[in-house]
Design a protein around this ligand. Structure first.
Ligand SMILES: NC(=O)c1ccc[n+]([C@@H]2O[C@H](COP(=O)([O-])OP(=O)(O)OC[C@H]3O[C@@H](n4cnc5c(N)ncnc54)[C@H](OP(=O)(O)O)[C@@H]3O)[C@@H](O)[C@H]2O)c1
Length: 274
């Protein structure tokens, strides 16, 4: 059966590692032309070597925190491939840190990448898609963009912003044939956990990619995964008292983790029966 992605033109920022790499490879397998984007030449070269078997892969080093580079990325794609069907604004960094020790540089770094990187992508891709009268922009937020874990102050600020802007855009441009999707992963085993232990509930990136592409194919507004995170989010919506208890215990564990020198990054799913 032909895939809906067959023959389509896609850009995946943060395509050189983790979730973005897996999404890029899955799109290539399904017959799309994919611009695989990283900010560092080395990461782009590495992705190029491992995706060498795919003839429709394109590569570019683009720093998405720089508006002109994002503009150039979109112009190059349209000039060389004639159109842009999918933009995955996926590049991002994690930040779990005790809030009292945050520096303004940390705030700036995360906002520049996680929020402005997405803003620039939307800003330059939207006119192209409006002219085409079609297109799909997929912005990577996080479960931390719909619920706020303790010690993720900066990360939540950026990801809630991404969720909000994407949802607002989805309704505004629906009638014009442009689709917006917010992707909300919980833990996926990627380099985002470099230097710390990968949480036990983390799923592999290739599984994340298949979930994302299934939701994008159905033009879903919000793709929340893995399943445990989706169920937890739904339980919190239905039961705010449970959410408050869960989050306070989560904060207690995280605070104790910082004090002991062993950060607690997992999800306290043992509390779900409380
Ligand atoms: N993994 C998770 O558990 C998880 C959970 C929730 C949300 N997310 C979100 O999912 C997205 C992907 O995360 P990941 O876990 O796959 O991370 P990852 O493996 O660390 O990959 C990050 C990617 O972003 C690129 N990147 C970093 N800075 C960039 C910049 N200034 N311009 C362009 N590209 C840049 C990196 O390439 P270079 O090294 O070349 O810069 C790399 O390709 C992020 O938005 C993250 O917040 C992840």
């Amino acid at each position: 059966m032909t895939s809906v992605y067959e023959g389509k033109i896609a850009i995946v920022t943060g395509g050189t590692s983790g979730i973005g790499y897996a999404v890029s490879e899955e799109l290539l397998k399904r017959g799309a032309t994919v611009w695989v984007i990283g900010s560092r030449k080395e990461s782009v070269e590495k992705a190029k070597a491992s995706l060498a078997g795919y003839k429709k892969a394109r590569y570019a080093a683009v720093d998405v925190t720089i508006a002109d580079e994002v503009k150039g990325m979109i112009e190059t794609c349209v000039r060389e491939d004639g159109r842009l069907d999918y933009l995955f604004n996926n590049a991002g960094i994690g930040m779990t840190h005790p809030s009292r020790h945050l520096t303004l540089d940390m705030w700036k770094k995360a906002i520049d990448l996680n929020l402005w990187g997405v803003v620039y992508g939307v800003h330059y891709a939207l006119p192209v898609m409006l002219a085409q009268k079609s297109g799909h922009i997929v912005n990577t937020s996080s479960v931390a963009g719909i619920t706020a874990p303790p010690a993720q102050t900066v990360y939540c600020a950026t990801k809630y912003a991404v969720t909000g802007m994407t949802e607002a855009l989805r309704y505004e441009f629906f009638e014009e044939g442009i689709t917006f999707t917010t992707v909300c992963p919980a833990n996926v085993a990627t380099a985002i956990f470099a230097g710390t232990e990968i949480p036990k509930e983390a799923i592999p990136a290739d599984e994340a990619a298949r979930i994302i592409l299934a939701g994008v194919e159905k033009k879903e507004g919000l793709i929340i995964f893995p399943e445990f995170a989706k169920k937890l989010y739904e339980r919190f919506l239905a039961d705010p008292v449970l959410k408050e208890k869960f989050m306070l215990e989560y904060a207690r564990r995280r605070n104790a983790g910082w004090e002991s020198g062993i950060p607690y990054l997992g999800v306290p799913d043992d509390l779900l029966d409380m």
